[in-house]
Design a protein. Structure first.
Lengths: 500, 122
């Protein structure tokens, strides 16, 4: 088995080589990029059986935790990394015949692999400062990608976006400083063991520090009220950027958020705040999407609502104090949302112009229309698609742990969602259209995610098995044991005891 | 003395952070806004580096005149200093991109005033 860190190193290397190689070997470079993402997918599939029994701990530079940076490839992180690579591969396929989409194509092929490397690291790193660094790499990449194709209002929307995310980054860094001052560690697993191991630890101050970090992340996850800064970036940049923000960036940031909530938020007051923020985000975003005319912005609002939903169900799961599967189901929901939302953005790209309005229908294709419909039905949760299975189980679990009002919110939210998404799809429908204008490679990019959706639809038992096996807390407990065994801190303590 | 110094460091950072954020939020000019963010970022960096400060300790650099078995006992915490370096680099990258987009907007529309920008947008 090859070390899974290679899945981070290869895209990073490719990004930095791009300025040297791209101009000379354009076609080969694109083939190289496809090969790298395919290799990453195969590598991650190979390690799944190993990591599902015991998470892989990798100490960077062989410096043991908590002093060095530690990457953990558990089942959860590996499946998320697999999803990131899969979506990245589809985006490269989609970009192959779209050379005129960027004013400077080489910049796209430099920034995009770096973004992917940062996202994979973000899903698997156990160092809180490392999370900050990779998140900044992701946001800086998004700033660059957003400005590659210049429309009339692009610059202003990016300026607003930078304003919002800068506030988020400042809050996050302040929270990290406070966390370090309180615990003396930056390793998430080590901090978790401090939190649970010492009875007199001031959990209230600790939770304030964590809450400042989470507020920073909420800005990056575009949650209410911070999404006022970012909706323009969906509306006034290329549609492919919407697919990258919704399908990749937002999903991973929400994953990091629920990981931190699950491990660090102990105080019920903070859980209540998270629930209120989540519910307000769902209501505000679904109603905004319902009234929105710009299709890209509408899809963006729909994604914000999904983030709110995921944060709320994880907070409710922790608040109930009863063992439930909501956390695992939330992770599966992230994957299904990422794949379906990304498909919707790619499909919508054929139907809308730079202002998000419907363009000449003759150019559109049936495959894109079909992909949009399937992705909509999956996202909303209509049987037999996998979204139904997950939402059904989420609602059952919520009823079991006595939160029927949340189940009602989910049903109303899905009802609103299906109305505005199908209304949009109806506008895309073209009578007697042929696919002659739709390039084969675009069809491939639209069909690949659909294959995954069909795979989960045909065999939901696999989905259930993976979701019931995925528990980040269990992986953390195993990691704590390993840290205690390997930490040089313990060796020092033992040496001091012997001397005494 | 140690406590006074620590409070002073933290206070300095907090004043810069809040002052910078207030400038960034109330300024109508994009350049002033960027200056506000740079000030706030410096404030956070001071707070971060203050977490590693321990009164009456040496810089965490080993030399032949100060040989000791336990260097951690005589030096300040070096980790926040390393973190601040990374944070400064990130701040520079963000500021430069912010400046780039402000400049590009100014070249196209001849203004960097937020009110005029909103009017252009409508």
């Amino acid at each position: 088995m090859i070390n899974p860190v290679i899945t981070i190193i290869l895209p990073l290397l490719l990004g930095f080589l791009s300025p040297l190689l791209y101009k000379h070997i354009k076609i080969y470079f694109k083939i190289l990029m496809i090969s790298v993402f395919t290799f990453n997918i195969l590598e991650l599939i190979i390690i799944i059986p190993t990591v599902s029994s015991l998470p892989l701990q990798i100490y960077m530079g062989n410096i043991p935790a908590p002093f060095g940076i530690m990457l953990t490839f558990g089942l959860t992180g590996t499946i998320i990394a697999l999803m990131v690579n899969f979506i990245a591969l589809c985006i490269v396929f989609f970009k192959l015949n779209r050379n005129k989409d960027c004013d400077n194509e080489m910049v796209f092929y430099t920034v995009f692999p770096i973004l992917i490397a940062a996202l994979i690291s973000l899903a698997n790193t156990q160092d809180i400062f490392n999370i900050f660094v990779f998140l900044e790499i992701v946001t800086i990449s998004v700033y660059i990608l957003a400005g590659l194709k210049k429309y009339k209002k692009t610059d202003l929307s990016v300026i607003k976006f930078i304003t919002g995310t800068s506030i988020g980054a400042l809050l996050m860094l302040t929270g990290i400083a406070a966390l370090y001052a309180l615990t003396g560690s930056l390793n998430i697993i080590h901090i978790h063991s401090i939190l649970t191991g010492y009875a007199y630890f001031n959990t209230y101050l600790f939770n304030i520090a964590v809450f400042i970090i989470l507020t920073g992340l909420m800005v990056e996850a575009y949650m209410f009220p911070f999404n006022i800064f970012v909706t323009d970036i969906y509306a006034h940049t290329q549609t492919i950027n919407g697919a990258i923000y919704s399908g990749l960036v937002q999903s991973i940031v929400v994953f990091v958020m629920i990981k931190l909530i699950k491990l660090f938020i102990i105080n019920p007051m903070f859980l209540n705040i998270m629930i209120v923020i989540g519910i307000v985000t769902i209501i505000f975003s679904q109603f905004s999407a319902f009234t929105e005319k710009n299709i890209r912005r509408m899809l963006g609002f729909s994604s914000f609502a999904q983030s709110g939903l995921l944060i709320t169900i994880v907070a409710l799961s922790l608040k109930s104090g009863v063992h439930n599967e909501l956390f695992s189901l939330a992770i599966m929901m992230i994957i299904i949302h990422a794949i379906s939302k990304f498909t919707m953005f790619l499909a919508a790209d054929r139907f809308i112009d730079e202002n998000g309005n419907i363009i000449n229908k003759k150019k559109a294709g049936q495959v894109s229309f079909f992909a949009f419909i399937i992705a909509t039905l999956t996202l909303v949760g209509i049987p037999p698609f996998p979204g139904f299975y997950i939402k059904f189980r989420i609602i059952s679990e919520l009823l079991r742990i006595n939160y029927p009002w949340m189940a009602v919110i989910i049903v109303i939210s899905a009802f609103l969602e299906i109305i505005y998404l199908l209304k949009t799809a109806r506008k895309f429908f073209v009578k007697n259209s042929t696919d002659s204008n739709e390039p084969l490679i675009s069809i491939l990019a639209a069909i690949l995610p659909l294959l995954i959706i069909f795979l989960f639809s045909v065999n939901p038992a696999y989905l259930y098995r993976s979701s019931s096996e995925m528990d980040f807390k269990e992986e953390t407990e195993i990691s704590i044991q390993e840290i205690n065994e390997t930490s040089i801190l313990n060796e020092h303590i033992e040496e001091n005891n012997i001397e005494e | 003395m140690a406590l006074v110094l620590e409070i002073l460091f933290y206070l300095n950072g907090i004043i810069l952070l809040t002052g910078g954020l207030i400038i960034a939020i109330i300024s109508r000019n994009i350049i002033k806004m960027i200056i506000g963010f740079v000030l706030a970022h410096t404030g956070v960096n001071i707070i971060l580096v203050s977490t590693g400060y321990i009164f009456n300790r040496m810089p965490p650099i080993l030399n032949k005149f100060q040989q000791t078995n336990n260097p951690a006992a005589i030096s300040v915490d070096p980790v926040p200093q390393a973190l601040v370096l990374t944070s400064i680099v990130i701040g520079v990258a963000t500021t430069s991109l912010f400046m780039f987009y402000a400049l590009r907007y100014y070249r196209d529309n001849g203004t960097i005033d937020r009110d005029s920008m909103e009017e252009h947008n409508d």
